[in-house]
Ligand binder design. Sequence first.
Ligand SMILES: [Zn+2]
Length: 336
Amino acid sequence: MKERYSRQALFKPIGKTGQKKISESHVMILGCGALGTANAANLARAGVGKLTIIDRDYVERSNLQRQQLFTDKDAENQVPKVIAAKEKLEAVNPEIEVNALILDVTGEELAPYLKDVDLVIDATDNFDIRFVMNDLIHKHKLPWIFGSCVGSTGMSYTILPGETPCLACILDTTTLSGATCDSVGIIAPAVQMVVAHQTAEALKLLVGDVNSLRTKLVMFDLWTNQYQMIKVDRAKKASCPSCGVDPSYPALSYDTRTKTEVLCGRNTVQIRANRHIVLEELASRLEKLGSIHVNKFLLSLHYGDYRVVVFSDGRAFIHGTSSMEEARKIYYQLVG
Ligand SMILES: [Zn+2]
């Protein structure tokens, strides 16, 4: 057994056999923010053979307090999150493969990447994407580990298609607040607590120790010291369109891809456009308008009260507004 994994393999429920299974497995982590980087760091160190990490965003200074793979330099250079994460993960463990995708996930286009994936970890920050994922993993019969956190609170649940209730079933019975990290803030230990639950469940699944899975929804508040384990198996509904007897996967059947979207709590609008942009060309056209930063993946321009970030696939963030109309106007003025 390799020295690198010696302490983990000494742990009886994993052992040498479990370690071998871990090294042969492929985990997809959807989202590369606070939950994503911490899960990825744990699983890379644990020796998961292949990690696919997916995110649409780039590193900003406001991320650094809790998104553990990023550095001040990454924020300064506005490096896409998955690119910055891949570099750190490979430095930690050069024996594993890291597949980094800058991708704005909205639906079925994720399906090809699910091939040979053993499990999916939810590290997204919104329920629209989670419901798309909920349908996708039931359609492809893959386990996934739900996790969310905001403020000092968090929750996690392990979903096994065909056995446990799905996210839609559980959330029907649990109240969802509209709070996000960008509206009420977040402390790093809330992230780490959710990640501890997610990574532990991932390791159990990867070594095949299904009897040790938690089976209950865990909820906590680290500030007010509340811990709850909620039995949710009776929430599973036979009529559920995602996990029931005759699924229609509603989140996949309509196009969730809106062209323009206000990013909740961030005073930012995202614009999607299916076009290829040569960033250097655009930069030379825009450089007289304001201070500009270009890297291999994106261009960022300070333009009056706004900051406009354009990716090479035509997608853009307009920071400094929550008005879709205003954002679209700026996009067409600058990008054309
Ligand atoms: Zn369901």
